[in-house]
Ligand binder design. Structure first.
Ligand SMILES: O=C(O)C(=O)Cc1ccccc1
Length: 312
């Protein structure tokens, strides 16, 4: 394969991050060019500018919920999500050879990793200070620097080999079932085909602040039997008290109940930004409630047409 046709993927780097591990699950990634970026905004900007064809970024974790920087960056609607990836995350404490557990006073890691190992650190290193880094692998790289100000990093075990560090403690996550959800974002393209186990993401902006505005949004989903998998309010940045709603729901825009819910939102909201329909990473098939399948919507539409033609 020549360089001219190689797909370029940006990701939260440097090499050794969980995001890289998530990216490595994308089909044909071995033929792609990987572009490590210093932050989530930088990875997404590489896609907007055309420097990369797609970016993999963390969007939600099972301990802390949505990742604000990713939700806010995607809310501009200039990119779409074409794939989601679920990754179990497990953390190790690593240090330069010769450092022992009791020497670890200054630890560095990514904020998500700090949140997911808080109890372990409090129990085992109660006097340690945790300083935040742009990623877990960036933290490992900083510890590996000669004369580093840090004693240890919390990072994926694989980063210890890459940065020549020793693992002092492994599997230090507070919750063994911690899962992080990543998405692949690209410049706008038609959604991948319907699989029957899909999700749709969007951002809804209320038209004018009024009682029941959120209820009106929820109603568009509820009356069509569309289940939400995440809803979060995020500030729009236009002033205190001004929020939009970042929403993931089950189903694909090609399914009538989802398409009709989007049209309903378009009517009741000030603005709706479609962020994509894509296969669910867990493959869980969606069971439609009675009266909300594509057949039901088609039947209702042809019944209405027959009324207009004078056939009762
Ligand atoms: O810093 C990393 O390795 C990342 O990819 C971000 C992250 C950190 C902790 C859990 C999941 C993702």
């Amino acid at each position: 394969m020549t360089d001219a046709v190689r797909v370029r993927y940006a990701y939260l780097g440097p090499s050794g991050t969980f995001t890289e591990a998530a990216l490595r699950t994308v089909p044909d990634v071995e033929h792609a060019e990987l572009l490590p970026c210093a932050s989530v905004p930088a990875a997404l900007e590489a896609v907007r500018s055309g420097e990369a064809d797609g970016a993999v970024v963390p969007i939600e974790n099972s301990v802390e919920g949505g990742v604000p920087v990713t939700l806010d960056e995607l809310a501009d609607g200039r990119l779409v999500i074409t794939r989601e990836i679920l990754l179990r995350v497990s953390f190790a404490l690593m240090a330069r050879p010769g450092t022992h557990l009791e020497d670890c006073k200054r630890i560095t890691t990514h904020p998500h990793a700090a949140a997911q190992t808080r109890h372990w650190v409090a129990d085992h290193l109660p006097r340690a200070e945790v300083m935040l880094a742009s990623s877990t692998a960036a933290a490992a790289a900083a510890v590996a620097e000669p004369g580093s100000e840090f004693d240890a990093a919390i990072a994926p075990r694989i980063a210890a080999e890459q940065y020549h560090l020793n693992v002092l403690a492994d599997q230090i996550e507070d919750n063994r079932d911690a899962v992080t959800r990543f998405v692949l974002a690209t410049r706008p393209v038609p959604p991948p085909p319907l699989t029957g186990a899909d999700k749709t993401s969007l951002v809804a902006f209320i038209r004018d602040d009024h009682p029941g505005a959120l209820l009106e949004i929820l109603d568009e989903f509820a009356v069509r039997g569309v289940n939400l998998t995440r809803i979060e309010s995020r500030p729009t940045g236009d002033g205190i008290g001004r929020y939009c709603f970042s929403i993931d729901c089950e189903g694909h825009v090609e399914e009538a109940r989802v398409g009709e819910a989007l049209m309903g939102l378009r009517r009741v909201c000030g603005e709706v930004r479609f962020l994509g329909s894509y296969p669910r990473a867990d493959g869980a098939r969606i069971s439609t409630r009675p009266g909300t399948s594509d057949v039901d919507f088609r039947d209702a539409a042809s019944w209405l047409a027959s009324l207009k033609e004078g056939r009762t």
